[in-house]
Design a protein around this ligand. Structure first.
Ligand code: TRP
Length: 436
């Protein structure tokens, strides 16, 4: 595809909202708050921020530089930067990673469609926790219900992606992301003013440094990678649609700030409500789909609607970014039209998604492989290619946007060191810790 014909996101606000949309997702809502509580409250938040600053954010910059400087998909970007080498094969791994993640992620996204409809019908009113757990178990063990909702979720995601970068993804993100923030703030206010909410706030904030150990660091970094959508080409692909005058440093920093802020907000939306109901928090599906519907429906019929709508928006904007990695590849490398490419991958992801929807075993394998193997490997390759294959001056030019960003210029030497040494070594140590 010629340079001229390539779309772009338009305004800077749109790029940041699209990247924040990719970053803010289920990872923020159902994993982060629980991890914080388990690994020492504010102490974990501190190491999470450190890991994000020193390892995750530099990788984000690498992907962004690769995408923006080449204006190509993952495969094409690696080929441009390291022509004739094997590095471009990472393109296949990124594709596989995005493909697998979007397929199983859509199953969970589908559940939120299902629960949003149930919330509209006021299904959870007056239910006990056991009954709500029964609803969830019944839904996930039926065959057709998860498949119908998966189809709806993936269909919505694909429809937006098919509309293009500016008119589809960009427009959806710039309208929906601010709305998402408003919705989560409403829930935070409701939740923190409940009787007994203080314990939940304490759970999130009380620092317990004795819980900071190796596994806590591994958890913080893994969460940081997942949350910033790293290692499978999402950031690279979105950055390839930035306008030339956009600033990689600025967009990266703002995306990370929004992402972390939202994760903490999600904690304050969820944990005070859980504790005020006299419960102990858990993570994942049982928290979001068994406990919270009941607690939130006690707070009024609108609260579950707002909550599941928020999850749906968060999940769709994340799924879009993964589907876009696949679509951009087919368009750039194989010359397909955007609509054809989206349709093909919609079908392929739907098939794998259906398998994940009916088999929890396949679901867990996909989850494990993507976060421990594909993402880590991809992140390592991106760091090595930018840190060791690109010339330092070229990286500086891209990072500072041809010397126009003085703030980026001021931190460049630190970022360069992080990209070359700290990030790769950190990734290797953590990947090994996770796999052992
Ligand atoms: N970051 C998203 C979340 O927190 C999920 C996500 C989108 C993702 N794209 C990704 C995770 C790429 C890993 C890799 O839910």
């Amino acid at each position: 595809m010629s340079e001229k014909a390539r779309e772009n996101f338009g305004s800077r606000f749109t790029v940041i909202m699209a990247l924040a949309g990719s970053a803010i997702g289920l990872g923020n809502i159902w994993r982060f708050p629980y991890m914080v509580g388990e690994h020492g409250g504010a102490a974990f938040i501190i190491i999470y921020v450190l890991c994000s600053l020193f390892i995750a954010l530099p990788i984000f910059f690498c992907e962004s530089i690769l995408g923006k400087s080449t204006g190509k998909d993952t495969f094409g970007a690696l080929e441009s930067v390291a022509p004739g080498t094997k590095w471009k094969n990472e393109g296949y791994i990124a594709l596989l990673g995005s493909f697998i993640i979007v397929s199983y992620y859509s199953v969970v996204g589908g559940w939120s469609v299902d629960f949003l409809i149930r919330s509209f019908m006021n299904d959870f009113k007056g239910e006990s926790f056991e009954e709500a757990a029964g609803i969830f178990r019944h839904m996930t063990s039926s065959i057709w219900e998860p498949i119908v909702s998966l189809t709806a979720f993936l269909g919505l995601t694909a429809a937006i992606v098919a509309m293009g970068i500016e008119k589809g993804i960009g427009r959806f993100a710039k309208v929906m992301m601010p709305l998402l923030f408003i919705m989560i703030v409403i829930i935070v206010v409701r939740s923190c003013t409940l009787p007994g909410a203080g314990k939940g706030i304490e759970y999130m904030l009380k620092p317990d440094f004795s819980k900071i150990d190796g596994p806590a660091f591994a958890a913080a970094l893994g969460q940081g990678f997942f949350s910033l959508s790293l290692g499978v080409g999402c950031v690279l692909t979105y950055s390839s649609y930035m306008r030339k005058e956009e600033n990689v440093f600025y967009t990266g920093v703002w995306t990370a700030i929004f992402d972390t802020f939202f994760a903490i907000l999600a904690g304050f939306a969820i944990m005070p409500a859980v504790f005020s109901a006299g419960l102990e928090p858990s993570a994942g599906p049982s928290l979001v789909y068994e406990t919270l519907p009941v607690i939130f429906s006690r707070m009024g019929p609108l609260v579950p609607i707002i909550f599941f709508l928020a999850i749906l928006i968060a999940a769709v904007t994340s799924a879009m970014s993964m589907l876009e990695v696949l679509v951009t590849w087919l368009v750039d490398q194989k010359g397909l039209s955007r609509k054809k490419a989206t349709t093909l991958f919609f079908i392929a992801c739907w098939i794998v998604g259906c398998v994940c929807a009916v088999s929890s075993k396949v679901f867990s394998i996909c989850d494990f492989m993507s976060s421990n193997v594909f993402m880590m490997f991809g992140a390592l390759v991106f760091a090595l290619v930018v840190g060791w294959k690109m010339k330092k001056e070229d990286v500086r030019t891209q990072f500072t946007n041809y010397g126009t960003s003085h703030k980026a210029g001021a931190v460049f030497s630190v970022v360069w060191f992080l990209i070359r040494w700290i990030a790769p070594i950190g990734i290797v140590i953590i990947a090994i810790t996770n796999l052992l």
